[in-house]
Write a protein that binds this ligand. Structure first.
Ligand SMILES: Cc1cc2nc3c(=O)[nH]c(=O)nc-3n(C[C@H](O)[C@H](O)[C@H](O)COP(=O)(O)OP(=O)(O)OC[C@H]3O[C@@H](n4cnc5c(N)ncnc54)[C@H](O)[C@@H]3O)c2cc1C
Length: 506
């Protein structure tokens, strides 16, 4: 009998497990993959080490304010060894045909850079920042109302009803339509890849939230993202807990209408583990699939209205030489092939990706010792991979398709970074099938449940599910991003152990 079971060792699962361990709870973490960390895991090919789901982090500023809250919480929950290095400033560079704009922090610097570059757009820029601020406040109110203990949540929702009402139905496209200058529109809307929904469906609250999170700076974990698992799981173990790898949960057990434990598969054996609390950090759809038919029918119906979000293709490049010679640094590049930066990659076999994200992790980590790396990402409509995702008969040769897409993406990278391309010595791509295999993502979705305005109002995505004792954590609760998924974990832990709510104020 464990005090709690956490399903999934991503940052959402590790945050929940670590926080409970800090309160002396014995927690069992179950992870289907043989490597812990979910999307914070890294992998090695030859001498090159690649990160998977971390390119830059918010909340890690050394300052004592809210911009450093994530760092402080990690220090407390983990073993105190996590450190963060600042990325270059500007940290995100938006590139359009014949135009480039670096996004700096803090917000005042960003705003000033926009004013200088678009001097006749003063009113539009001022309105954008005012709207971002209001939408962010509405987002916090909405999330808190959804997930705080019921009475508090209800009070907050009542208090902030007008604000929530004003912003919760608005998309990024609604906001961008108010901006006349197409380049300004592209710069302000470019970073939708950070949460994976193109402007027409992206909630403006999410855009304001995610992009605003970097107003206090962008950071990278020193020693690489795999450090998260080392630090957080040490706390779990020190309290008598355990993280089991290669342990796939296939059933969440419910007894007398309450959660009772889980049934999982490990090394060909079926094992039952009991606990009065189960925190599922494997995503909403995976969680629902592990419940027997007939359990919590209304919640399941609400969950069924939400679908997995879009996928991505990643190209992992191993290079040689000093990348700084080629004029790049630790900033990310958001490259759009046209001034309309809001398109998904729908036909990866037949067209270039409309938008590319390019990052140089080896330039972000001051302790990096191996040869340099680059990572290229394009958000894709996984319909192109559907025959293999669905295991259809006659689907064709997946590896040949993947090779074709890899070469196309590499050629596109080479057009933007010819000098770097000539130094590439290794390349390998990941597709939605990769994401499904290594982090169990339904349909290979990049960020879990699709990011839409409907999602914000859904009763299916609260921390507390309709099954007493079963909680959700991770990116499906608080939204995509390492900091948000971790906060989802902490809030799930605080729901089990209310004394933890106080710690969130660190
Ligand atoms: C390519 C990419 C780039 C990104 N870049 C950034 C970035 O720069 N900055 C940022 O803040 N965020 C970034 N993100 C988002 C961020 O990585 C995620 O939002 C966050 O890590 C999600 O954490 P999680 O714990 O919710 O989910 P995950 O990390 O996906 O963890 C879920 C875990 O559950 C396990 N699991 C699933 N099913 C089962 C089962 N049945 N039994 C047992 N275990 C199971 C999985 O194997 C996985 O380990 C990126 C994401 C991607 C994909």
């Amino acid at each position: 009998m464990w005090d709690a079971i956490v399903i999934g060792s991503g940052i959402g699962g590790m945050g929940a497990a670590g926080a409970l361990a800090r309160r002396g709870k014995r927690v069992l973490v179950l992870e289907q993959h043989t490597v812990p960390g979910g999307q914070t895991q890294t992998f090695r090919r030859g001498d090159w080490v690649f990160a998977t789901g971390v390119h830059y982090l918010s909340g890690c500023s050394p300052d004592p304010g809210p911009g450093g809250q994530f760092r402080r919480l990690l220090e407390w929950v983990g073993d105190g060894t996590l450190r963060f290095a600042p990325c270059a400033n500007p940290y995100d560079i938006v590139r359009l045909p014949g135009f480039e704009f670096g996004i700096p922090y803090p917000e005042a610097a960003y705003r000033q850079a926009l004013e200088e570059r678009f001097p006749d757009q003063h009113a539009a820029i001022a309105r954008w920042f005012t709207h971002c601020e209001s939408a962010r406040k509405a987002g916090f109110a909405l999330m808190a109302a959804h997930n705080l203990p019921p009475l508090l949540g209800w009070g907050l929702r009542l208090l902030r009803a007008a604000q929530i009402q004003a912003w919760s139905g608005r998309t990024l496209a609604d906001e961008l339509r108010e901006i006349g200058d197409p380049r300004l529109r592209a710069v302000l809307g470019a970073r939708w890849g950070d949460y994976g929904a193109p402007p027409e469906s992206a909630p403006f609250i999410e855009h304001a939230w995610v992009t605003g999170a970097y107003n206090d700076g962008a950071y990278y974990p020193v020693g690489g993202p795999a450090r998260f698992a080392q630090s957080l799981l040490a706390t779990v173990q020190s309290a008598g807990g355990e993280c089991r790898l290669g342990a796939t949960v296939h059933r969440i057990l419910v007894n007398h209408a309450k959660v009772a434990g889980v049934e999982f598969e490990q090394g060909g054996e079926t094992i039952i583990a009991d606990a009065p609390h189960v925190i599922s950090a494997m995503g909403l759809a995976n969680t629902v699939a592990c419940l027997d038919e007939g359990i919590a029918p209304e919640w399941r119906t609400a969950a069924g209205r939400l679908v997995p979000g879009y996928g991505y293709v990643a190209l992992y490049l191993g290079l040689e030489g000093d990348l700084a010679d080629c004029g790049v640094n630790s900033a990310n590049h958001w490259i759009s092939e046209s001034v309309d930066a809001g398109h998904l990659w729908r036909q990866p076999a037949d067209e270039d990706a409309p938008v590319l994200f390019v990052s140089f992790p080896s330039l972000k980590d001051p302790t990096w010792e191996g040869p340099p790396t680059a990572e290229v990402l394009a958000i894709v409509d996984q319909e192109a991979f559907a025959p293999w995702l669905r295991g259809e008969k006659g689907a064709g040769d997946y590896l040949a398709f993947k090779d074709w897409v890899t070469e196309r993406l590499f050629a596109q990278f080479g057009r933007h970074f010819p000098e770097l391309a000539s130094r590439v010595r290794f390349k390998e791509a990941a597709t939605p099938l990769t994401q499904r295999r290594f982090v169990g993502a339904v349909d290979g979705a990049m960020y879990g449940t699709e990011m839409t305005v409907e999602r914000f109002g859904s009763d299916a995505l609260r921390l507390r599910t309709a099954v007493p004792g079963l909680l959700l954590s991770g990116q499906d609760v608080m939204g995509p991003g390492v900091q948000a998924a971790f906060m989802g974990g902490l809030m799930a832990a605080a729901t089990v152990e209310p004394a933890l709510w106080r710690e969130l104020g660190r």
